[in-house]
Design a protein around this ligand. Structure first.
Ligand code: ZN
Length: 461
């Protein structure tokens, strides 16, 4: 299977067969969050896409070393710290924890390492010094800029010099030049580091260039990010590393599209914030994940509650299938496993540039066919048939991760809360309230049965 994995490479604009630089390990870098606020659903579209990429690589028997940076020094962080009159790390610690908690909640595998920018400032200063020594950079008023017109570099990765249109008043020599080190200004207050060029802090493009090249090397297999990072961030990150190396920095650039909200790009600046916390009150975390994975990563999707309801229904359908045939959810290894033809179709869809909608189609076709064939004999299903169904469900879940195991809470938060209030009402023998809550649960799609073991929730069919 290893031979038919294809990714759309933003450099060539084409799907290319994936061949790692070194067969033993795939090196993958993903641009992480700027930790000054809770990440929104649009950010997590990108992060779930990183997780999908890694899971599909692993399904193809590649071992993956992955690094995701945490931007914990940035203009937005500084201005928030100043406006709230608190220390910068009070903000970054808080939102880093929120990010990691939600990362895990959405069933993303932890990367090999999350790396904070501020843990690597010394490395960034020496990297910038090196660029200055080699004449790839210059100092103006204690800031350092990259010289995009240096004849020894190939600046034009995604965008040409002529296409760069930035402010004319900058102290830079050319519009396409960009900051490596930003000199201290009074709004920065006590937030600065000492450097040979004066007090200041590294710029964002340099943070990623240094973290990627230090933890993975000057030449990596896959660099992931949201489409808005392609230029200037990824181009500027790439030219810095390539200026000091003989190699091509990144072999495959993978970019995911935006999540739109009422046709605008979902970003904090537009005020279209949909946080995981608020969505979780209405929808299960698994349906949020499935919603994010159900369209192809390179197509724009518009946020729509109905799509989340649709995902919830898809999950219910799989869960009913598991119940009907009494299947066991587990996380088996698929190494040396003999895949069926339908499973191969599922994997081929994923291997074709992570075509998740197609893979979902293959999986649901299987469920429908299997149901038709076996539903009448679900109680005495042949073991080989049960094994087939169980394997495919587990294969599906190894990528989509939208079926909860019994250890996690399978109900949305609002359903869980209603269930708890009903329990209290019943303990107080308040049968009227208990019945009202039963009604509410029924409106939300759940039947509740009372037994000697307590309340049992059953999804309505
Ligand atoms: Zn980055």
């Amino acid at each position: 299977m290893k031979n038919n994995l294809k990714f759309h490479n933003s450099i060539s604009g084409k799907k290319e067969t994936f061949k790692p630089i070194d067969n033993s390990q795939v090196l993958l870098y993903g641009c992480g969050p700027t930790v000054y606020d809770s990440p929104h659903l649009g950010n997590f579209r990108t992060f779930v896409f990183y997780d999908l990429t890694i899971r599909v690589l692993e399904l193809n028997d590649f071992s993956v070393k992955s690094i995701i940076n945490i931007t914990d020094i940035d203009d937005k962080i500084i201005s928030r710290a100043n406006s709230e009159k608190i220390a910068i790390n009070e903000i970054t610690d808080k939102y880093e924890s929120v990010f990691i908690e939600q990362w895990n909640k959405l069933k993303n595998q932890p990367p090999t390492q999350f790396i904070r920018a501020t843990d690597n400032i010394t490395k960034m200063i020496s990297f910038i010094g090196h660029l200055l020594d080699e004449n790839f950079a210059y100092v103006v008023n204690r800031s350092v800029y990259f010289d995009s017109r240096n004849p020894k570099i190939n600046y034009e990765k995604f965008v040409s010099v002529e296409e760069v249109n930035e402010d004319q008043n900058s102290e830079k020599k050319y519009q396409s030049d960009f900051a490596l080190w930003k000199a201290w200004k009074k709004e920065d207050k006590e937030i600065f580091w000492d450097s040979p060029w004066g007090q200041g802090r590294p710029a964002w493009h340099t943070e990623c260039a240094v973290i990627a090249s230090n933890y993975l090397g000057n030449s990596i297999d896959i660099h992931c990010g949201g489409i808005d990072l392609k230029f200037p961030h990824h181009q500027n990150e790439s030219v810095q590393v390539e200026a000091l190396s003989e190699d091509i920095f990144t072999k495959y650039w993978l970019h995911s599209e935006h999540l739109l909200f009422e046709d605008d790009k979902m970003s904090k600046s537009l005020g279209n914030i949909l946080s995981i916390q608020s969505l979780e009150k209405e929808f299960s975390i698994e349906s949020i994940r499935l919603f994010l994975m159900s369209s192809h990563y390179r197509s724009k999707i518009s946020f729509n509650r109905n799509l989340l309801i649709e995902s919830q229904k898809m999950i219910s359908k799989i869960e009913r299938f598991i119940d009907n045939f009494n299947l066991r959810l587990s996380s088996p290894s698929f190494k040396n496993y003999d895949f069926t033809n339908q499973e191969i179709d599922f994997i081929n869809a994923l291997n074709d540039d992570l075509n998740t909608p197609k893979a979902l189609g293959v999986f649901f076709n299987f469920l429908n066919e299997f149901n038709k064939k076996n539903i009448s004999s679900s109680n005495n299903l042949h073991n080989s048939e049960r094994y087939k169904a169980e394997s495919f469900v587990n294969l599906f879940n190894s990528i989509f991760q939208c079926l909860s195991d019994s250890s996690s809470n399978p109900f949305p938060e609002n359903v869980q809360k209603l269930l708890e209030s009903r329990e209290l009402a019943r303990n107080k023998k308040n049968w009227e309230l208990s019945d009202q809550i039963r009604e509410k649960l029924s409106e939300l799609g759940w039947n509740v049965e009372d037994s000697s073991q307590g309340q049992k929730l059953i999804r309505k069919k």
